[in-house]
Design a binder for this molecule. Sequence first.
Ligand code: SF4
Length: 388
Amino acid sequence: MNSRRKEDRGKGKGERGQSKGESPAHSFPLSSNRSVLPFDPAEFTRLLLSWYGRAGRDLPWRQTRDPYRIWISEIMLQQTTVAAVIPYYKRFLQRFPSVQSLASAPLDDVITLWAGLGYYSRARNLHRTAGKIVKESGGIFPNSLDGLVALPGIGRSTAGAILAIAFDQPAPILDGNVRRVLVRLFAWMDDPRGRNAEKQLWAWAEVLTSRERPHDYSQAIMDLGATVCTPREPDCGICPVQRLCRACDRGLVAELPLPRKKARVPVRRQAALIIKKGQVLMLRQRPAEGFLGGLWELPFVDVPDDLSPDQVASRLLANLGLRGAPCKLCDVRHAYSHFKLELAVYKVDVESPDLVAEGDGLLWFGGEELTSLPVHGAHRKALEKLVS
Ligand code: SF4
């Protein structure tokens, strides 16, 4: 049952992507207006579910109806492929087998387990949401759209997936995979993320959602997008709904979805220091709230237009009260949802260890402690260059 295809799960969205803010919570129960469709939705459902019975994927989170586990998997799968998620999912549930255990854990433990999965706001929201569920409803998961979207990090599509998969409710979903299938199925010839698309795609998602087998339907349509109607080179020849597909009928498959109208992403230049004292390095922790909250990083500063990264690195060292000669180690490029980072990385062995004091939240780390610390992506790349 396993597919070998690489899948896209919400590719192309920013850190705030699929969760809050993507779309408002629309009316529920479902719209009954099916007359707008170019085909009979019952036929679509029949073809899709029959294919799912033969080709659906056997994934770890499909062996449960526990809303807690399904919620964890849905959050992990935002922005991340199934292959990457599986080991994290297993480790996470081993360490936090219940919403109570997650709620009572220190945030640092959650972030540490999340390290490497990216988009860390998801981990912080999981922790906050677990606390809310335990405190406000005795650990019982909400089973309504309104109850779910009121929780941190749960948007309409994630709520729909939890309602359908855990509670067998006919709630629509519109993650990256489903969005792509619908865009092609109906040959949507506009920005797939524009305001019009949002309204229309949700309407189609609603009207197609199976009332009889929502649990299977939601997973089937996600699988279709992940394994057949893939971003590049969809396999229309084996697609169960090919004869209903407008993009296929009109020869538009390769063109759809149309590219998004993107705003220009700004570039930020920064310089970071890897400060060594023997076998230990200096790192600091970001504030718990906000961008990359709670993660660890190298000391760094922005590079203004009128200074070179070399100058800025030397000043940063002096401002930390340290002496040494920073030498360039590497340049790291890293893309975030709202800016691109060009990071110049310098290495320096401090000459007078007796002058070094821990301050500004800076701490020395070495050995296993250093390798297990959740360091955010760009700075982790820099540390990997140090050992390579
Ligand atoms: S026929 Fe091709 S483009 Fe249409 S839904 Fe199937 S895989 Fe996607």
